[in-house]
Design a protein around this ligand. Structure first.
Ligand SMILES: [Zn+2]
Length: 395
């Protein structure tokens, strides 16, 4: 989609002809949501969407919550969690199951459509490094056309070259066989043989603990008590993109091309710079709940200039309100804080919005966006949930 504009793209200086959903479109369609125009070109918009939004829509706590709430995406259905092409690279977010007494927490996933949500352990290889620490590689289904080099690449990606394969979770070639007669499924056996020299795999075979993933044999685990989230750079970049584009949408005095935003632009576009310079994914909450009966689940966003003149965006995803039904059970996600740059200018002291998620679609919308009330309590600035009734959605 292109449009007439004379502005140039914040990232590449081409014409800013993109029309962007600054809030990830895969999180639903929201009434009153403005598009970001005249700031980003269509090419940058498309490539950032592919490299950042796509993995986040499959492997993030937000993606898990979307699946739990069963919000359909742009094309009308939820993509299957944890299955996309870049799977073999380091995943943006890993869900681990805290198994009591276990040395290592195996990766888990939400069982799609389960309600109340439940998780199950996924197919994976567990490695032990020379220093005794353990890590795991998630294994997705490999197409028959794919060569067997993917496992070697994954081992390099994870830095497990000098590690020892100690444990695996996988399906057996023949589930009807007795446990000690089973072998891993053929495609996985081929990959293992390609990744490890023949002699090494034979020597290791005896010491490898194999856990068979067969319906009913590995118990499904309860989600809420056991999920832990690890954040990596692509997840941080996706959060930074939403934060930056939110600020560009709500304050039109910012072009995004200012020198002060060079750092955040390079981090979003090329992953340059340590994530901790820009993104704190375990920030303190900014929402002061005034005790209003806030019904349902909300996202909250706020942009402000902090005491040291940084332009900062704070975001809280999937904040549960008073519960309406089991369908709105969600995982807790830590508040996010993104520093955009040393830029003490904003058209108002603070700008904030809430996205209220509907229990079910209304006129094709999954929710609506509304401005937040900003206020002070006991000397602390905060954001209050607005009284929803009778408010017209606007930006
Ligand atoms: Zn561009």
């Amino acid at each position: 989609m292109t449009r007439r504009t004379s502005a140039t793209c914040a990232y590449c200086r081409e014409l800013a002809d993109g029309r962007e959903d600054w809030f990830p479109r895969w999180l639903g369609r929201h009434k009153g949501m403005q598009l970001l125009v005249d700031r980003i070109c269509d090419a940058c918009n498309q490539s950032l969407g592919k490299s950042l939004d796509q993995p986040m829509s499959r492997e993030s706590p937000q993606a898990v919550n979307r699946a739990l709430m069963q919000t359909p995406g742009r094309h009308g259905k939820s993509p299957h969690l944890f299955s996309h092409k870049s799977q073999q690279a380091q995943p943006p977010v890993v869900l681990n199951v805290a198994a009591p007494g276990a040395e290592f927490q195996p990766h888990a996933e939400i069982i799609p459509g389960s309600n109340p949500p439940r998780s199950q352990i996924v197919r994976q290889l567990i490695f032990e490094k020379p220093d005794g620490t353990r890590g795991s590689i998630r294994i997705s289904h490999i197409s028959p056309k794919e060569d067997e080099k993917w496992l070697r690449r994954a081992i390099e990606n994870y830095g497990f070259e000098s590690a020892r394969l100690v444990e695996m979770y996988c399906e057996p070639d023949d589930p009807s066989k007795a446990v000690d007669q089973r072998k891993p499924v053929a495609w996985l056996r081929r990959a293992l043989l390609a990744a490890f020299p023949q002699s090494a795999i034979q020597a290791q075979e005896h010491g490898i603990q194999v856990n068979w993933l067969v319906d009913g044999e590995v118990e499904a685990l309860n989600v809420a008590a056991t999920l832990r989230v690890e954040v990596n750079i692509d997840y941080a970049r996706a959060l930074a993109k939403t934060a930056f584009h939110y600020a560009l949408t709500v304050d039109r005095t910012i072009t995004g091309r200012e020198d002060e935003f060079q750092g955040i632009r390079r981090f979003i576009k090329d992953g340059i710079g340590p994530p901790s310079d820009f993104v704190d994914a375990n920030a303190r909450p900014f929402l002061i709940d005034s005790g209003t009966a806030r019904r349902g689940v909300h996202h909250f966003l706020l942009v402000e200039v902090n005491r040291v003149d940084e332009l900062v965006v704070r975001m809280q995803y999937f904040v549960p309100g008073s519960r309406i039904s089991g369908a709105q059970d969600v995982l807790g996600i830590s508040p996010v804080r993104v520093v955009l740059g040393l830029y003490p200018h904003l058209s108002a002291p603070r700008l904030g919005h809430a996205i209220r998620l509907f229990e079910k679609k209304v006129d094709g919308f999954d929710g609506e966006i509304l401005p937040l009330e900003l206020g002070q309590v006991d000397g602390l600035w905060g954001v209050f949930p607005p009284p929803w009734a009778g408010r017209k959605p606007s930006m």
